[in-house]
Design a binder for this molecule. Structure first.
Ligand code: ZN
Ligand code: ZN
Length: 153
């Protein structure tokens, strides 16, 4: 369910994959709010997200940055948990980071397929990644995204 990185529901995803990266806070209406993720902006409570279905849903209320402007930064922060992030065009910097990541071949190929628009489950199936290896590969990719997100901005 959800993004395929191990959380059982989109709500768990929001809590485990989104909140820590965005410093988000849950509000009385059960939606989360975070400051605008565009570096140097940080408009307060400008990003809203919730989890009514199988994916985290988000919207920008920043006066300067609309959804399209915010999306690439969210993708960088949230990584493969971004439902629409998987459709993003891969940047040169991301390719470079991937090439220099030191990820083992299976994780590298999985990430390439994620970048190409597959879900992680589809990528695993396509590559024939062993059930017993999937947990490991996920962990490596999370660590990779954590590192690259930390470097960005
Ligand atoms: Zn997730
Ligand atoms: Zn902004």
């Amino acid at each position: 369910m959800a993004c395929g990185l191990g959380e059982p529901s989109a709500e768990d995803c929001a809590i485990a994959h989104w909140c820590p990266k965005l410093g988000a806070r849950r509000e009385a209406n059960r939606q989360w709010r975070a400051d605008c993720p565009v570096p140097g902006c940080g408009a307060r409570r400008a990003l809203e997200f919730d989890a009514p279905g199988s994916h985290v849903r988000w919207k920008s209320f920043c006066g300067v940055h609309d959804n399209e402007a915010v999306r690439p930064y969210l993708v960088r922060l949230i990584g493969p948990c971004m439902p629409s992030g998987r459709r993003e065009v891969v940047t040169r910097a991301e390719l470079e980071a991937l090439a220099l990541s030191g990820l083992p071949p299976q994780a590298l190929k999985t990430q390439m397929l994620l970048s190409a628009g597959m879900t992680i489950a589809e990528a695993f199936d396509k590559l024939g990644v062993d059930r017993s290896m999937r947990y490991k590969v996920r962990g490596m990719l999370l660590a990779f995204h954590h590192k690259t997100a930390g470097r960005a901005g």
